[in-house]
Ligand binder design. Structure first.
Ligand code: MG
Length: 162
């Protein structure tokens, strides 16, 4: 039976941090603030995958009070979510995500992001969607105070007995 999950994440843009989105470092004047590498896109996809299998969210699995995750590559979190899918006998059908960022231009990095996400999830790249949009200069994203990401995941899980 196919289950769906949803994920959403935001991180603030600050000076003196790297900008990492979808596992890809993007040259920019600002980077995303956070305990890990603050990759909002991977965090949103991780939560979508976890949600589809009824697990707790990324913040509970990988608390920002745990020194192990300081500046950690968020790929670790996505790989763990995919491992939990496999442990349940599940199969990721597809994931899709949107980034909301006024700057920098995301499109030139989409192919590399999709490849990174597909490898972390252990699925063909054709199963991974990543799009980007601006927020038309409106709100926190439009003022370049932060970058947001939303994601959905579709996962085929075996029917549980009883
Ligand atoms: Mg996050």
């Amino acid at each position: 039976m196919v289950h769906v999950g949803i994920g959403y994440d935001v991180h603030a843009l600050v000076q003196g941090r790297r900008l990492v989105l979808g596992g890809v470092e993007i040259p920019h004047t600002h980077g995303l603030d956070g305990h890990s590498d603050a990759d909002a896109l991977l965090h949103a996809i991780t939560d979508a995958v976890l949600g589809a299998i009824g697990e707790v969210d990324i913040g509970h699995l990988f608390p920002n009070t745990d020194e192990r995750w300081r500046n950690a590559p968020s790929r670790i979190f996505l790989e763990e979510a995919a491992r939990r899918v496999r442990a349940r006998g599940g199969r990721i059908v597809n994931v899709d995500a949107s980034l909301i960022a006024e700057r920098p231009k995301i499109f030139p990095h989409i192919t590399a992001m999709k490849q990174h996400i597909a490898e972390a999830l252990g699925v063909p790249v054709a199963k991974v969607g990543v799009k980007a949009t601006t927020n038309e200069k409106l709100g926190f994203a439009g003022r370049e105070e932060g970058i947001a990401a939303m994601a959905v995941a579709s996962i085929d899980l075996p029917e549980e007995a009883g």
